[in-house]
Design a protein around this ligand. Structure first.
Ligand code: SF4
Length: 606
């Protein structure tokens, strides 16, 4: 592990504790435990006292699709636990340089970037790149360091402390929750890395055989992801009647053909892949003519299409490509940015915001020129952008006039691209996710794809159990760290139980039950972190629209989200207190989290 104190300009290398690795494995697990242990409760996320952990997993850097890292910190958007994932090549490079985790603390006096070349670590002056877009920053830092360096950096939005600013490397984002703002608050523009090492594999022969089987299994069937990327999911969600449209008023979009995977496919010029992935879901798309000619992006992914498309009532695919590209360059999370713009359009349409208050922009749903203008305003905190840079909940509080009622978020994190009324188990995972409204910490593929088993998506009973199981299962992906897109193509629990012992030599990782228990342990540590910050059952809640307004049309028509019975069942299964949602001491003890229980007891939470 590498510790970098930017205030003291101190760099320290430490061995990874064996106990930490056995109990929390890597990635999200490592990050969660370090954050719980080292961050003082109620720390201001944008103060120098916050810490930022960048962790890879034991499988990262091997020749399977596991080049992923996670940025773990306290979120400036939600004030809760935050883990934000990034793929591409940066994570593998960090592993090749010899590190399982970086822990960045303090604040540099002036803008800096961290340059890691194997054992050599430097804190370098970043004044020249401060103010640059992410693409320019990566290029410039490569010129200054190594043409093959991988650079994870922030853009102007991060520098301006937009609360949902992201980190970008090779056009891949650690998108959610404001990691970019945390980096900026430390005067940290970028982390550049070049490694010449390799991952030591305990049993290379077994690994080779497993890899062969894995790749054969994945490549033997045509993958929608290879052809369309995640944009292929748009039509499926519309058909299910859960496609967020005009601030979740409905789940069906009349302009669906214009924002479908097939439509975006026409803009594709080539594919891009992450390190060691046979799928290659990154679609490089370019607008060739019209007002958005010249914009190029990798994507847009499903979530981006939804947020800048149906959620904003916008059926112009060229504008969605432009919005995606602009967000990446300015360093903005496309999901929160798109959500916030659609939200403010809803307020405008309802007459809660006037044209004078939107800097003269006509924010009716579907006005794609206004969407592009708003992105720039948010990144530079210009005019109304200053208010919207706070996130939808923060903005609503400033706007007043009942605006909060129209915020579709959980714990302050804007909703992803699924209306929970038509996907109850998936919805419950989103409502109870430790980082706020997140679809990936317990994705219920059972309801969307009938995989790996089928669940009735409208059923209420059993969904508490399903959400808890899925959150523990997805945690296996997040601590190993697999790419989730890839993992959902195979029986990933079983593969992980084979790959982890082969790579680490730790036989305990060979049991799926043990892997699930580790997942449960990590979910509980994250929960305990949030409890310490003041979060309780009242925060595992959806906005009123989902609870009281039946879906008006489409294949989820008539559905509402029955929160109470599902949440009660979820807490029961989790072993958490029904009234408060706080993990019980017995549960924490059962998971070996004695120290966490002691800490909560000390604070009067147990
Ligand atoms: S499936 Fe896509 S996101 Fe995942 S590793 Fe492969 S190219 Fe990267």
């Amino acid at each position: 592990m590498l510790r970098i104190d930017l205030s003291k300009r101190k760099i320290l290398k430490q061995p990874l504790s064996q106990q930490l690795a056995r109990n929390f494995v890597g990635g999200r697990g490592l990050g969660a435990k370090i954050l719980f242990d080292e961050l003082k409760p109620r720390t201001d996320p944008l103060s120098e006292n916050n810490i930022l952990i960048v962790a890879v997993g034991p499988l990262t850097g091997t020749s399977i699709p596991t080049s992923r890292c996670v940025f773990v910190t306290k979120s400036p958007l939600t004030h809760a636990y935050l883990c934000s994932f990034m793929g591409g090549f940066f994570p593998a490079e960090l592993k090749f340089a010899g590190y399982d985790a970086l822990i960045v603390s303090g604040k540099a006096e002036e803008p800096v970037y961290i340059w890691i070349k194997d054992d050599e670590v430097e804190i370098r002056d970043a004044k020249e790149v401060w103010g640059m877009q992410t693409d320019e920053t990566e290029k410039k830092i490569r010129q200054e360091t190594d043409p093959k360096a991988r650079v994870a950096c922030i853009g102007p939005a991060g520098e301006n402390l937009v609360k949902y600013a992201c980190v970008i490397a090779d056009r891949r984002a650690a998108g959610r929750g404001g990691v970019g703002a945390v980096m900026a608050s430390k005067n940290l523009k970028a982390i550049a890395v070049r490694g010449s090492g390799q991952v030591n594999i305990a049993d290379p022969e077994t690994f080779k055989k497993l890899r062969k089987n894995l790749f054969k299994e994945v490549t033997s069937v045509p993958q929608m992801l290879s052809r369309y990327g995640s944009s292929g999911v748009v039509s499926i969600m519309n058909e299910l009647g859960v496609l967020p449209t005009r601030n979740f008023i409905t789940g069906v979009f009349e302009g669906i053909e214009k924002i479908s995977g097939e439509t975006f496919d026409k803009f594709t010029i080539k594919k891009e892949t992450c390190f060691s992935c046979p799928i290659g879901c990154g679609q490089v798309r370019v607008v060739k003519d019209g007002p958005y000619a010249g914009f190029e992006t990798v994507g847009p992914e499903y979530e981006t299409i939804v947020m800048f498309g149906s959620h904003c009532g916008n059926s112009c695919p060229e504008a969605i490509i432009a919005a995606d590209s602009l967000c990446d360059k300015l360093g903005l999370d496309t999901m929160s940015t798109g959500y916030v713009i659609g939200f403010v359009m809803d307020l405008y349409e309802k007459g809660i915001l006037s044209k004078e208050e939107t800097d003269g922009l006509d924010l009716r749903f579907g006005n794609h020129q206004a969407i592009i203008e708003m992105i720039k305003k948010i990144a530079f905190k210009d005019g109304i952008g200053k208010i919207l840079a706070e996130g939808s909940l923060g903005a609503a509080k400033k706007i007043g006039r009942g605006a909060e009622k129209y915020v579709m978020a959980v714990k302050g994190l804007e909703m992803p691209g699924y209306d929970p009324r038509g996907l109850k188990g998936h919805g419950l995972s989103i409502a109870t996710s430790n980082r706020g409204a997140c679809h990936n910490r317990g994705y219920a593929t059972q309801e969307t794809r009938g995989w790996p088993w089928h669940e009735d998506r409208f059923a209420v009973k059993g969904k508490g159990r399903l959400a808890a199981i899925n959150q523990n299962r997805c945690c296996i992906i997040d601590y190993s760290i697999w790419c989730l897109f890839f993992a959902f193509r195979v029986n990933f629990e079983v593969y992980t139980a084979k790959f982890l012992p082969a790579v680490t030599g730790i036989d305990d990782f060979g049991s799926v039950d043990e892997l699930l228990k580790i997942g449960e342990r990590i979910n509980n540590v994250e929960r305990a972190f949030n409890v310490r910050e003041g979060f309780t059952r009242k925060d595992d809640i959806f906005p009123e629209r989902f609870l009281k307004e039946p879906m008006p049309e489409g294949n989820s028509k008539g559905q509402i989200f029955e929160m109470k019975p599902m949440l009660d069942e979820y807490y029961e299964v989790r072993g958490w207190d029904l009234e408060t949602g706080i993990p019980k001491r017995e549960k924490l003890e059962e998971l070996g989290l004695h120290d966490v229980a002691e800490e909560l007891q000390r604070l009067g939470k147990l």
